[in-house]
Design a protein around this ligand. Structure first.
Ligand code: FRU
Length: 685
């Protein structure tokens, strides 16, 4: 290679180039041989393996698939060496040449590294300046069948400097409530520790940006006002530059006003900063609906699981509060869980005059853990006897079983290949006794009783898990006995829903995570679904659960448009968020299509099917009539058919200035019975 080009390449300083972070479901363009690497990246520790730690994100290469005895290779597609240093995280066996990672140029191994007989991944890497501009491949090998016969690799990154270098440090005197951290999605994840008085108080991974941040994440440092915080990050030199960019402020830092960002949903809950997934700890207490949620405060993608927290008095307007649960330590994350009001103080956790809130969550390092709050959910304490249940599983759902006067924990449990919900009972939320399991449910259970057709004497129990599909049955406090097959209510972007414990007036109010609602370029990502009220209704198919947006949403309704005096459907402009109600007789039509902000909501009269984009649900007319309710927002459309007999959640980024709507009947006549359209005002105003 030409010497000038080499010099030019090496002189170039540039962003780090991530060759692979192994966050996908499969290995993409990488080639696998043998069985050791499985069919795709592992999500952490594999069965019978000692705990694997230190890797960043969710996935990594882990050749322990099939145990130590299995062998194989994993080879990257060819790539060009464009930076001085090729870095990676490595753990697993120390068998040079047999378990490790190689760099090949022209088919020859030019660099090699092996593990340290340790399941913890550490940064390692090579100076590859002499190969600048050359095409190379990385090969990860496991050829050892005895003890420590496996390798773990993550985060293969080209950068201008080695990641092995020692920590970069910055000391900051904490004067203001928030530290602002520059973040850009796609940069390598670095571990950042914040220490005060020598103790690590915050410890997380972050895509720290030395320049051009996509947004500013924040650390709430009010607890240490006036003290000196040490920020410590491991990584190449530009991590130090990024630390220099950290600022302090009274408010969150950003270019757009908070909640006024161009793609911020107007009627759906989003976090002010960072990622959210599952709703957690949903409980009604003293006039407030509490919504906790799986939260990465420091990134746009999943990671660093905390419990974020927001409260609402009306299910429409939410106020975000400080983070409720921090991870116990790096790698021991606060996964999903639930909360109840312990009105009888069975737990003995109550300290003041107010009822105590008790929560259960999965600590990924310990098991199912109990926390409690004596200040209306603002701050939480760990029960000293944690964990209370240890098993392979997660996502404890607490509930009060009135008939047997005990607490129940429904929790996702894995036994071998079986995916089950396990039921445990307790008199005091502290000691738990295993009772039974039911097979065929995956993650995030919810369990509650619903009156059939409003008649409490005819109530049934509903059991569901993360995909929202439910079974009706009976529950005696110990065992769930289904009396029918699984049913589907929700279709599309809807996952890991929960219902509020102790909602007033016996309402059963559910909020799901609208999984897959991406907000590119925004300082936040993902949204919750609109809160819905669940009911159990007799239908032509038997008893079925229905979902309709809570009536409180109607408070956001503004301008109304309706059928013209001669019965023509309105069309024209709607608000960025809008609420549309429509009923029609499919008659001789083939399709009735409602276009909202560029998205088609289609009723196919031949197939008797309601659909939008790739989400579809069966829906037959009732008495010849189809009824639709459509809620549109900046990032989604939710559609409720026949008074909530089916519910569809569709992720769809609306074009900002497309505010059109129109109704179209194709292939025949479909008399419109009613059509009402409201603009909705922002819930954040
Ligand atoms: C479901 C889930 C839960 C887990 C949480 C972690 O989306 O995988 O099972 O507790 O997310 O964020």
């Amino acid at each position: 290679m030409n010497i000038l080009l080499t010099l030019a390449l090496l002189a170039s300083t540039g962003d780090d180039l991530v060759l692979a972070d192994f966050e996908g479901r499969d290995y993409g363009a990488w080639t696998v041989t043998g069985a050791a690497f499985g069919s795709g990246p592992a999500r952490g520790t594999l069965p019978n393996q000692m705990p694997v730690s230190g890797f960043l994100g969710k996935g990594l290469v882990n050749s322990y698939a099939g145990g130590d005895a299995s062998v194989g290779t994993l080879t990257s597609p060819p790539f060009v060496l464009e930076r001085r240093s090729l870095n990676f995280q490595i753990g697993g066996g120390r068998h040079p040449g047999e378990t490790g990672i190689n760099l090949l140029v022209d088919g020859k191994i030019v660099r090699t590294a092996t593990g340290r007989d340790d399941e913890r991944l550490e940064w390692d890497g090579w100076d590859v300046a002499e190969f600048a501009g050359r095409t190379a491949v990385v090969e990860i090998v496991d050829r050892h069948t005895g003890g420590w016969g496996h390798v773990c690799i993550d985060q293969i990154v080209q950068s201008d400097a080695s990641m092995k270098s020692g920590p970069q440090i910055r000391d900051v005197t904490l004067e203001l409530p928030f530290l602002h951290l520059p973040v850009r999605t796609g940069l390598p994840k670095r571990r950042l520790q914040v220490s005060v008085g020598g103790a690590v108080v915050r410890d997380f991974e972050i895509e720290l940006a030395a320049r051009d941040p996509q947004f500013w994440a924040f650390v709430d440092v009010r607890a240490w006002k006036g003290q000196t915080a040490r920020l410590e990050v491991r990584g190449p030199a530009d991590a130090g530059t990024a630390l220099e960019a950290v600022t302090q402020g009274d408010e969150l830092r950003g270019t757009d006003p908070l909640y006024g960002e161009p793609s911020r949903p107007l009627i759906h809950f989003t976090s002010r900063r960072g990622w959210l997934n599952d709703p957690n700890g949903m409980v009604y207490h003293q006039g407030e609906y509490h919504l906790f949620y799986q939260h990465n405060p420091y990134g746009w993608g999943w990671g660093n699981m905390h419990w974020g927290h927001a409260v609402s008095r009306d299910l429409v307007r939410w106020e975000e509060l400080p983070i409720a649960l921090y991870p116990a330590r790096f790698g021991d994350w606060a996964f999903s869980g639930s909360a109840v009001v312990d009105a009888g103080n069975t737990s003995g956790f109550k300290t003041g005059a107010e009822d105590v809130l008790v929560g259960a969550y999965t600590s990924t390092g310990r098991g199912e853990c109990i926390v409690y709050s004596n200040d209306r959910g603002r701050t939480w304490s760990e029960y000293s006897g944690n964990p209370v249940v240890k098993h392979q599983g997660r996502d404890p759902r607490l509930l009060r079983h009135a008939a047997t006067k005990q607490w129940v924990m429904a929790v996702y449990h894995e036994s071998g290949k079986k995916q089950e919900i396990a039921f445990h009972t307790s008199p005091d939320l502290k000691t738990w006794t295993f009772q039974s399991t039911i097979d065929g449910f995956y993650e995030c259970p919810d369990l509650f009783e619903l009156a059939a057709d409003g008649d409490a004497s005819q109530s049934r129990w509903v059991l569901l898990a993360a995909d929202g599909r439910y079974r009706l049955g009976s529950f005696d406090g110990r065992e769930f006995k289904p009396d029918g097959p699984k049913q589907t209510l929700w279709h599309g972007n809807f996952y890991a829903a929960q219902t509020f414990s102790h909602a007033p007036d016996n309402r059963r109010i559910q909020i799901g995570w609208a999984r897959g609602t991406d907000f590119p370029g925004m300082p936040f990502n993902q949204q919750m679904n609109i809160p819905v009220e669940l009911r159990l209704r007799s239908t032509e198919d038997g008893l079925r659960m229905t979902a309709l947006p809570v009536r409180e949403i109607e408070r956001l309704r503004e301008r109304k448009q309706t059928l013209t005096p001669d019965g023509a459907a309105p069309s024209g402009r709607i608000g960025e968020a809008a609420d549309l109600e429509l009923s029609f007789r499919p008659g001789t039509a083939e399709r009735v299509v409602l276009d909202v902000r560029g998205l088609a909501v289609v009723y196919d009269a031949r197939k008797k099917e309601l659909s939008s984009k790739r989400t579809a649900a069966p829906l037959a007319p009732i008495g010849g009539v189809v009824r639709l309710r459509v809620l549109v927002d900046r990032g989604s459309v939710e559609i409720f058919g026949n008074d909530g007999r089916v519910a569809l959640s569709v992720a769809s980024m609306a074009v900002r200035d497309n505010l059109s709507f129109a109704l179209r009947v194709e292939g025949g006549e479909a008399p419109i019975e009613s059509f009402e359209v409201w603009d909705l005002q922002s819930a954040w105003k």
